[in-house]
Design a protein around this ligand. Structure first.
Ligand SMILES: [Zn+2]
Length: 464
């Protein structure tokens, strides 16, 4: 101000300089931000209108049955997959070619499959947004291309599959539109899988190829039916969804199973940690929406495309609506005893599908922005008043440090955490190892965290 003397100005300038310097110093030693504000933008970007347009388009192919017409430009699974590929290509054009889009084919033989009457090409459509730093680390979102009527092998009857699973497919395309506006250190895969209804063929093939290529998969988010809010029991509800996850990896060695009896971890496998991640991030960024954790691989005796990834040892979960409507699933369109059957467009709530798409998009983004998770997490501390954790160093330019988590042995979610900075071991004083479960995550300078890693090794007393 004009009234200020030179001296006052000088003092002010010095004060500013000192404050800035100490602030910078404090920042260097402080914890990363609690939130990444870009994730709020991603949530609001998911568009119910675009989802409606895409679901209507997928429905317009009449049937997308695995065995349906592949030649027609307007009807059948061939036309549907060509449209999906063209859509991914268009998204890629809009981001300067940031997606690698391709068909992934596998031949399913009739002689090897009870539900396949003639040899059939199963064709997935895959779009990869390659990471800027970790090209071989992948987070994957999937929906399904195929639909079915009452009979699974019926290739001609109308099977709109509006909710099962045009909703998941459209959600995957929409997530690609949103996330291609950004760049990520890790790779993101948007996949349309096929042959779901007859035996999870598309997912099986994709998982096998990923394994052969040595993909490091951070997690697979299978979306199967994300648009129905009216349950068969009449309940209408749009503020919860379900996350299915297997408790521990089905591929773990027997030794891991034996050790678990003594050290715990019955509900702490990699897929379950991924499910907890989805639960946590939904709470953080999406108001009035809650993830219901379902402690099982999938619905009772039924399947989804995350399972073949689990079979190959990859973490994967199923995201879906809370309330299913069985009169709309796998049904020929008809009216019987006053009940309307069929998976028609009227059964899809586009706002709800957009919310669940947003859940996927922020999970993909946060995981792809986060540093790699810590490896070789060790734990020790029996007959001591404290718990010790140690892990291998993570090399990442944007690593802020690590966060140690713990919870009661009966708690479904991580309850307590402590940011411990740039260290590779930490002692939680006055925390008795017997009474809690523990995990460690890597945290980026942008606030995004890796999946929490449950300890898999023991520390000997007095040494690592
Ligand atoms: Zn189905």
């Amino acid at each position: 101000m004009e009234m200020k003397t030179l001296t006052q100005k000088a003092v002010g300038a010095i004060l500013v300089a000192v404050t800035t310097a100490s602030f910078a110093l404090a920042q260097e030693n402080s914890s990363p931000p609690q939130l990444d504000l870009r994730l709020y933008d991603i949530v609001s970007a998911a568009s119910p209108e675009r989802l409606e347009t895409d679901i209507r388009k997928l429905v317009s192919f009449g049937t997308r049955n695995t065995f349906s017409d592949t030649v027609s430009q307007t009807r059948g699974i061939g036309a549907a997959r060509r449209w999906i590929k063209a859509e991914f290509d268009r998204i890629s054009d809009d981001c300067g070619g940031c997606l690698e889009v391709f068909y992934q084919r596998s031949l399913v033989k009739a002689e090897e499959n009870r539900r396949v009457s003639e040899d059939t090409w199963i064709v997935n459509v895959i779009a990869i947004q390659t990471g800027t730093r970790y090209q071989n680390r992948y987070v994957i979102m999937s929906g399904d291309i195929d639909s079915r009527a009452s009979k699974g092998a019926d290739a001609v009857t109308d099977a709109p599959g509006a909710n099962d699973n045009a909703s998941g497919m459209a959600g995957t395309i929409e997530a690609a539109r949103i996330l291609t506006e950004y760049k990520f250190p890790a790779s993101i895969v948007y996949s349309g899988l096929s042959g779901e209804e007859q035996g999870l063929f598309g997912g099986r093939h994709m998982a096998k190829v990923a394994k052969e290529k040595g993909w490091e998969i951070i997690g697979v988010l299978t979306n199967n039916m994300i648009g129905n809010i009216e349950g068969i029991d009449g309940v209408v509800e749009n503020n919860t969804f379900r996350v299915f996850s297997e408790p521990t990896s089905v591929t773990e060695p027997d030794e891991a199973r034996r050790r678990r009896r003594f050290f715990g971890g019955e509900v702490d496998g990699p897929s379950r940690q991924l499910a907890r991640y989805v639960h946590r991030i939904t709470d953080m960024y999406i108001p009035n929406l809650d993830a219901i954790m379902i402690y099982r691989l999938d619905r009772f005796g039924r399947g989804g495309h995350h399972r073949p990834f689990n079979d190959e040892g990859f973490p994967g979960i199923r995201i879906m609506e809370t309330h299913e409507n069985y009169t709309r699933q796998h049904q020929d369109i008809r009216t019987e005893n006053g009940i309307n059957y069929g998976d028609v467009i009227e059964g899809v709530n586009f706002k709800y599908a957009a919310k669940l798409t947003a859940v996927n998009a922020i999970t993909l983004a946060a995981l792809a922005w986060a540093p790699p998770e810590p490896r070789k997490v060790k734990i020790g501390g029996a007959v001591q008043p404290s718990t010790r954790l140690a892990w291998d160093k993570v090399e990442d330019l944007d690593l802020a440090g690590f966060k140690v988590y713990w919870r009661d042995t009966t708690a479904p979610q991580w309850q307590h955490s402590r940011f411990v900075g740039m260290v590779t071991e930490y002692v939680l004083e006055n925390i008795v190892i017997d009474n809690y479960l523990f995990g460690v995550a890597a945290v980026g300078t942008n606030g995004n965290e890796s999946v929490i890693v449950f300890p898999s090794e023991l520390m000997r007393r007095g040494r690592r």
